[in-house]
Write a new protein. Structure first.
Length: 136
């Protein structure tokens, strides 16, 4: 019995293809659960830093009784798309350079597809299959 074997070279990948000027550029990203800790910690630190900066800017405007305008980038909290970009910056810098130029919808579609591909498949338990097959 092998038990558990940790082998990062065998981790599943999420393929990304970009078609530009008739040329296809291919990238492979690790599934989200396989991203190295230093990369997720970097993205987490960037999120915290950005959130603190936004809160400080909002607090300052609030003290001065100024309107907080959501269209002002200094007033917008980081999103999942920001976190994705910070991870891509370290995982695949060439892909990051493409993604930062994309419209929000395309970036959201990439993030959603990457998340979906990264889900752990739900295995049907033996108990649930027995109960669904039962007849009265």
């Amino acid at each position: 019995m092998a038990g558990f074997v940790y082998n990062p070279s065998e981790f599943e990948k999420f393929p990304v293809e970009i078609v530009e000027n008739g040329e296809t550029v291919k990238f492979e990203l690790p599934l989200l659960g396989y991203i190295p800790r230093e990369i997720t910690e970097y993205a987490d630190a960037k999120i915290v830093e950005r959130a603190n900066d936004v809160q400080a800017a909002r607090d300052e405007r609030h003290e001065k009784k100024l309107v907080i305008i959501e269209a002002d980038p200094a007033m917008v909290y980081p999103t999942n798309l920001d976190g994705m970009e910070w991870m891509l910056e370290m995982i695949e810098p060439a892909l990051h350079e493409h993604v930062i130029t994309w419209p929000n919808r395309s970036r959201t579609e990439l993030w959603n597809a990457w998340q979906e591909a990264s889900k752990i498949p739900a295995e049907k338990s033996e108990a649930s299959s027995d109960s669904s097959d039962a007849t009265e």
